[in-house]
Design a protein around this ligand. Structure first.
Ligand code: PRP
Length: 210
């Protein structure tokens, strides 16, 4: 039986919508305490995981397939097969700073303190620009960093921009655009190609119809 890792949180509803349309028979909801749920037709098994962990479950082979944001996939640097992007979860990974002192910390001579859930991508970004920075790794509420003077900048996901505005931050630079992506474990793809291919094709079909 194939196992699929589904991200909880803001991508969950769209993921369920598209998988339902493609006949993957996902669970009705993902905000359950139960973390392993069989598909309604009993053909598949779903794991409900934190969005940032979905690539890990797939890379390790605990799940044969899964959905994640490209941001999480690149941050985890997971080596998985990526057969298709999915039409939801659009956002961007960006550098942001307080409204009242936006430019100062991106100057080369200053080592900014950067609060982020994305230490790998943030480090890569600053290093490639020759800026040495100090990274403060958080799991959420990253926008608090500058507000409490723990950080000069943040590197975080921006979707609507509401969280930035509510916390008087402005976007300085986009690091990468992101959206949902389908992942397949490389070994599973070789071993279970006959089961996986029809699922991928069904998803491709509903995506191309819309
Ligand atoms: C993400 C991200 C921002 C926010 C951006 O956090 O870290 O805080 O969403 O979205 P917006 O531009 O639409 O306001 P999330 O809500 O996933 O929760 P978290 O802070 O617990 O990580």
């Amino acid at each position: 039986m194939l196992t699929i890792a589904l991200p909880k949180g803001r991508m969950a509803q769209d993921a369920l919508h598209w998988l339902t349309r493609a006949g993957w028979s996902p669970p009705a909801a993902v905000d359950d305490r139960q973390l392993v749920i069989p598909s309604q037709d009993g053909r598949l098994r779903y794991l409900l995981v934190k969005p940032m962990d979905a690539p890990v479950f797939v890379e390790q082979g605990a799940a044969d397939m899964g959905i994640a944001g490209l941001d999480a996939l690149r941050e985890r640097a997971a080596d998985v097969y990526e057969p298709m992007l999915l039409p939801f979860g659009h956002c961007r990974l960006a550098v942001a700073a307080p409204q009242d002192r936006p430019q100062r910390p991106l100057r080369l001579e200053i080592s900014p303190r950067v609060a982020t859930k994305y230490p790998r991508l943030a480090e890569q970004y600053f290093r490639s620009r020759g800026i040495s920075a100090e990274f403060i790794v958080l799991n959420g509420s990253v926008e608090l960093g500058p507000l409490v003077d723990m950080a000069d900048l943040i590197v975080d996901i921006i979707q609507t921009g509401n969280t930035l505005r509510a916390n008087r931050l402005v976007e300085l630079r986009t690091i990468m655009p992101s959206q949902a992506v389908l992942m397949v474990n490389r070994a599973s793809y070789r071993l279970h190609r006959e089961s996986i291919q029809p699922l991928l094709q069904a998803l491709r079909d509903v995506l191309s119809e819309s």
